[in-house]
Design a protein around this ligand. Structure first.
Ligand code: DGL
Length: 271
């Protein structure tokens, strides 16, 4: 048993898709979340910069009492490859959990992956899928505008601009006849309805953030590291930019008001 919190980080609010699932699966666990909202997006940056930011995010979480780290960011998870960011506590990114879920879901072996430019460039999802099922066909496409549309609240199902962007990005994947699509960026589930409407009901959508949360649950159970507490756990959110903007944006992800205290931290503290 271990009563420390689960540490979760992302470049922005997208990682809340993992927090929401953790709250559902493990309601007694405390969560410490860090969103690097001052430096989002990571997905259009170089590998070196993404790795530097990821290490700083991990160091920030390490200042708190945590027992596990989840990189709830497709960009970070893809850029680090299969190497964990820490070796003294359990760690997961979103790539392996999402790849496992997609391989379990596909019937025709044709899997689509959408993510940020850095995520698609890394080829990490394709590698993870092929490790599990060498015969799988993986069709990836970068969707650079999606994060901005989501961060700016263009998320309603009938939003014309987001629908147009979805058509542009998803057409090449749909044309390849995939039956499973990994949302390899943790921001995308917020526009899941738009993605689902375009892809059609026969395509299974995989939320990488949710799959990482499920993976973390299994990992903590197997290592006998779940909390002993029977009380409802606390969420504590830290962001590197305005707390007000975060709270406003977070509502779209959580589908309710932020359920925990929100603090701002200085980028200078992230060393
Ligand atoms: N949540 C990040 C990801 O999953 C957002 C993208 C970004 O920072 O560019 O990739």
């Amino acid at each position: 048993m271990n009563n420390d919190a689960i540490g979760v980080f992302d470049s922005g609010v997208g990682g809340l898709t993992a927090v929401k699932e953790l709250n559902r699966l493990l309601p007694n666990e405390d969560i410490i979340f860090f969103g690097d909202t001052a430096r989002i997006p990571y997905g259009s940056r170089s590998k070196e910069t993404i790795l530097k930011y990821a290490r700083q995010d991990v160091n920030f979480l390490r200042h708190h009492k945590i027992k596990m780290i989840i990189a709830a960011c497709g960009t970070v998870s893809s850029t680090i490859g299969s190497k964990p960011l820490v070796d003294d506590m359990p760690f997961t990114g979103v790539v392996l959990p999402a790849a496992q879920a997609a391989c379990g879901a596909t019937k025709n072996g044709r899997i689509g992956v959408i993510g940020t430019p850095a995520t698609i460039r890394s080829g990490s999802f394709a590698k993870a899928i092929k490790n599990i099922n060498p015969k799988a066909a993986v069709i990836g496409n970068a969707c650079p505008l999606f994060v901005h549309l989501v961060e700016n609240g263009y998320t309603q199902r009938d939003n014309k601009i987001t629908k147009l962007a979805a058509e542009e990005y998803l057409t090449p994947i749909k044309n390849e006849g995939v039956d499973t699509l990994i949302m390899g960026c943790t921001h995308y589930p917020v526009i899941k309805d738009i993605i689902a409407d375009f892809m059609g009901e026969n395509v299974t959508l995989i939320s990488s953030g949710e799959e990482a949360a499920k993976y973390a649950q299994v990992c903590l159970m197997e290592n006998d590291m779940l909390t002993e507490s029977t009380e409802k756990g606390h969420n504590t959110f830290y962001v590197s930019d305005s707390t007000e903007l975060f709270e406003e944006n977070a509502k779209h992800f959580l589908c309710h008001k932020v359920n925990g205290e929100v603090f701002s931290c200085n980028l200078e503290d992230l060393n």
